[in-house]
Design a protein around this ligand. Structure first.
Ligand code: TMP
Ligand code: ASP
Length: 240
């Protein structure tokens, strides 16, 4: 897609981690990644210094890998170390979580221990709605309540499992275990694309040998050395 002449327009939307601007091309958006960090529906607020830079670097690398392997993403170009040019999508307001290992809300909800490797990946759906605290959905909620059409949901599930296989293999080869992650999808021109970001904010990433935590759980649970761990895991996953 040609983008040499694209210029930044008005702020369209400011989320917790990104500012999204329109551009001179109606099919493209300008995403600026912030250092702001929130957890627990925004109850906990803070800053992870240079998070925007780490998150752009990892998202770029993962989106390029996925595009190459046949999962279409909204990534178009990298504009600076904190800014991506992305395809404008009609976002389906469904967060798809894929889990390989138990951690986080699945432990709390079902009273299970952390660190159990599942026999097969578990897919969960949540409504993207802060006011309602992102309630969990089943497939019928998604389609019957109109959050995504059945054909798009099918494609989203297929891509979510493909993302899991591609990223799990890529990361494990670099010493990192992909424990779980959250994806968002949208449609453009009748086609489904992976949107949002792939970062230590949206994935749980553990050292494959030691179990050391490299992701946003360090911020959520005051584990310390957050920036160092973001820097380290992004280096591992973007170099070599
Ligand atoms: P959870 O265990 O808290 O449900 O989180 C599952 C995965 O989804 C984890 O990798 C973190 C990510 N996630 C987000 O990206 N945004 C969110 O709002 C939440 C709750 C989780
Ligand atoms: N990003 C979400 C929030 O700010 C939750 C999380 O990632 O833990 O509330």
């Amino acid at each position: 897609m040609p983008n040499g002449d694209v210029t930044k327009g008005e702020l369209l939307y400011e989320g917790k981690a990104k500012k999204i601007y329109v551009t001179s091309d109606p099919a493209l958006l300008w995403a600026e990644f912030k250092d702001d960090a929130t957890a627990f529906d925004g109850d906990k607020k803070g800053t992870i210094v240079n998070k925007g830079v780490y998150n752009v670097a990892l998202s770029e690398a993962m989106f390029k890998l996925l595009d190459e392997k046949g999962v279409p993403t909204h990534y178009v170009d990298t504009l600076s170390d904190r800014e991506l040019l992305v395809r404008r999508l009609d976002i389906h307001p469904v967060e798809i979580v894929v889990r390989n290992v138990s951690a986080g809300s699945v432990c709390k909800r079902y009273g299970i221990d952390k660190g159990i490797t599942f026999d097969e990946p578990i897919i969960e759906y949540f409504l993207k709605n802060d006011e309602l605290h992102d309630p969990m959905l089943n497939r019928q909620h998604v389609t019957v309540l109109g959050y995504a059409p059945a054909d798009a949901l099918e494609v989203m599930e297929k891509y979510a499992l493909a993302v899991n296989e591609i990223l799990s293999e890529y990361m494990l080869a670099r010493g990192v275990r992909l424990v779980d992650f959250k994806l968002e999808f949208g449609s453009a021109d009748g086609k489904v694309y992976l949107g949002d970001e792939i970062t230590p904010d949206t994935c749980r990433l553990w050292d494959a040998e030691t179990g050391e935590v490299f992701d946003k759980d360090r911020f959520r649970h005051d584990m310390g050395e957050v920036e160092d761990h973001y820097a380290a895991v992004v280096k591992l996953l973007t170099e070599g």
